[in-house]
Design a protein around this ligand. Structure first.
Ligand code: A2P
Length: 335
């Protein structure tokens, strides 16, 4: 590392933003100056970080006039659409957690365990993938490398923290018996499963489902993989759970796949059904690993497997993944 960067966190008061700070602190991310930015609603708010008090500033067109090297954005697509290019034009490298830039040709979409090499061709904006996609990629990459992937079927069970403070509000109030002022969802989430994440598109899929499909192609670098998805919001506060059905190109021994997962970066295998051991959302919460269990052959096709994949959607699915990208950027900081 050449020198310590000046770092900005945009959306510092949100669910992902506050976790950016937690993860930066835990991983002892080096920095010279730290700037916390949010909307005018939060301007002046005090935030403690590493024993020091920082004042949240309003994000404006002039926020990047000061020297900033790396900006971690999680303030919604509209904010990223407007401000990430302004930051990039000032020489800032933006790691953006919104969906705004993910499918742009000249924006790398990166999961550090999967395609770290793509970071090098960024032109000022690097996109952090969708939370559900990130954990799926960590699981699928070793399978792709060893066996090739023909087809993937995702069924997700996603936590309300993925909808930010509003989602947490709806579940908390719903559990307390009050569904009268829903902020995030079209229906009560307490005691429910909502097959509706993000908006519905003309093709009948939700935008979340299409994100998983399109981002899988981009990150694995193979548009020929057939992918479909059903994404569901469930009354869980933290961690997304996913059933992933994969049809591989080549035959396999199940024990080799378990071994492959055990030896792959970022993965913890939890698969001992005799003792009721399999990944659980509550256990994954607060951690950075991707947990895989229920590893079993899909007897209905040639070379098929089913896996159950769980990860903390705010940490590995958002903040930790972005900070891992930022850690790699440290190596290429100009003097
Ligand atoms: P604020 O707290 O001032 O509204 P979440 O989705 O978890 O609720 O968090 C959204 C984050 O994005 C918050 O930090 C929020 O700030 C920030 N944000 C939302 N809209 C804007 C905006 N127009 N400009 C800057 N930050 C924004």
């Amino acid at each position: 590392m050449k020198r310590k960067p000046n770092v900005a966190v945009v959306g510092a008061t949100g669910v992902v933003g506050t976790t950016f700070l937690k993860v930066l602190e835990e991983r002892n991310f080096p920095f010279e100056n730290l700037y916390l930015m949010a909307s005018s609603r939060s301007a002046g708010k005090e935030v403690k970080f590493k024993g020091k008090t920082y004042i949240v500033e309003e994000l404006t067109e002039h926020s990047f006039d000061k020297p900033i090297d790396i900006a971690l954005f999680s303030a919604g697509g509209g904010t990223s659409a407007k401000f990430a290019p302004i930051a990039a034009a000032h020489g800032v490298t933006v790691v953006d957690n919104s969906s705004q830039w993910r499918m742009e040709k000249d924006v790398p979409l990166v999961v550090p365990e999967v395609n770290p090499q793509d970071i090098s061709w960024n032109k000022g904006i690097i996109a952090n993938p969708n939370c559900s996609t990130i954990q799926a990629m960590v699981a699928l990459k070793p399978l792709q490398d060893k066996y090739g992937i023909k087809r993937v079927v995702y069924s997700t069970y996603q936590a309300v923290s993925g909808s930010g403070m509003k989602g947490i509000h709806d579940l908390k109030n719903g559990l307390a018996g009050d569904d009268s002022h829903l902020q995030a969802y079209a229906h009560p989430i307490a005691g429910n499963c909502l097959p509706h994440i993000d908006v519905f598109l003309d093709n009948g899929y939700t935008k979340e489902e299409m994100k998983m499909i399109n981002e899988t192609h981009k990150i694995l670098g193979d548009d020929d993989i057939k992918v479909t998805a059903t994404t569901v919001r469930v009354p869980v506060f933290d961690s997304h759970s996913e059933s992933i059905n994969v049809e591989l190109e080549k035959p396999f021994a199940l024990s080799d796949i378990v071994e492959l997962f055990r030896n792959s970066p970022g993965i913890v295998v939890q698969d001992d059904v005799e003792h009721n051991v399999y990944p659980l959302a509550r256990d994954a919460a607060g951690t950075d690993e991707v947990y895989i269990g229920r590893i079993r052959r899909d007897f209905s096709v040639d070379n098929g497997i089913n896996i159950w994949v769980v990860a903390d959607n705010i940490r590995k699915g958002a903040a930790t993944n972005a900070v891992q990208i930022a850690e790699q950027l440290l190596e290429s900081l100009p003097d």
